[in-house]
Design a protein around this ligand. Structure first.
Ligand SMILES: [Fe+2]
Ligand SMILES: [Fe+2]
Length: 309
């Protein structure tokens, strides 16, 4: 069985619980009612939206595409949080009575994800009424969740760990100080980030706990499974790029040429690959967790991340 090091990161259930208890926002405090989105401003940072190079679109069309991508961004979080919630509860359940602090920290993790699902559904309604054009989305969430949860728990825990660290990276690197973005959308992402910071720590501990019962071969198979899930999402993001193109054409009333449509779809698919896959897989803290399980698998994933840049 693998020996993992707990010394390097310093994460504990007690620290995550204490940090989580200091944060206490409600969905209605950040979206809905007087909290209005300003559709005159971009919602997503350019590093994730990548609309700036689409020079054949005018500024208004690029802004619409930015909003479509922002809607997809929160929808995708909601999609993954729908399987994170049962996964965390299943992980907590066998040891509910063993360690009160662990149990409370994991139940808060699950409860916060349930709140985030509520937050993103509320956002979606606000978005639809303000944007005025319906946008198709990949899914349905329960089918995606079933397909993901059919994999080894370590594959799923690695995926969740990657999502948590990617959320941290997006906010810190391109959203926190970005005055160009709509304040309301930025506030929503800030509140989400505040709670995700604890999730990243707890998921690090979940990965370690699950991997403690795995040998080297099982870790390799779990990474195989993790990459299979990644490939499934990659295919879905290609579909999402096609949906987004369709929404853009309906929102602008403009029909793009075949070459323009192909170019937008390719750029946007790659943008989603970076947003949802590459920026998480290449995160140093994610790779550090994998390295502690198997240096060879960490090298393999660092290599795989290059295709999603
Ligand atoms: Fe979340
Ligand atoms: Fe989370």
């Amino acid at each position: 069985m693998l020996q993992t090091s707990h010394a390097t990161h310093g994460f504990t259930y007690a620290k995550a619980l204490a940090a989580s208890e200091k944060i206490n926002w409600r969905v209605e405090d950040i979206i809905g009612g007087a909290h209005r989105l300003d559709f005159g401003k971009p919602f997503m940072p350019e590093s994730l939206a990548r609309t700036g190079t689409l020079g054949f679109l005018d500024a208004e069309a690029r802004l619409k595409l930015n909003h479509i991508r922002a809607n997809g961004y929160l929808y995708t979080f909601g999609l993954v949080e729908e399987f994170i919630l049962p996964f965390v509860l299943d992980h907590a359940r066998p040891l509910l009575a063993e360690d009160d602090v662990r149990t409370r920290a994991l139940l808060r993790f699950a409860s916060e994800e349930a709140k985030h699902i509520h937050l993103f559904c509320t956002f979606e309604r606000e978005f639809e009424s303000g944007f005025g054009t319906a946008c198709d989305m990949i899914g349905p969430a329960n089918e995606v969740g079933k397909a993901v949860l059919a994999h080894h728990p370590l594959s799923v825990a690695l995926l969740i760990l990657q999502v948590e660290w990617m959320t941290q990276r997006h906010y810190l690197e391109s959203i926190r100080g970005n005055q160009d973005l709509d304040d309301q959308f930025r506030s929503l992402l800030r509140h989400h980030w505040m709670e995700e910071a604890q999730h990243a720590q707890l998921d690090t501990l979940m990965v370690e706990a699950i991997a403690a019962n795995c040998d080297e071969r099982q870790v390799e198979q779990a990474v195989d499974g993790y990459l299979e899930i990644g490939a499934m999402f990659d295919g879905a993001f290609k579909q999402q790029a096609a949906f987004d193109l369709d929404a853009l054409q309906r929102a602008t009333g403009r029909t793009l040429s075949a070459a323009e449509a192909e170019h937008i779809t390719a750029v946007q698919h790659q943008a989603m690959r970076w947003t949802y896959l590459g920026s998480g897989i290449s995160h140093p803290n994610f790779l550090r967790s994998v390295e502690a399980l198997s240096p060879a698998q960490a090298t393999r994933l660092a290599e795989a991340a290059k295709a999603f840049s």
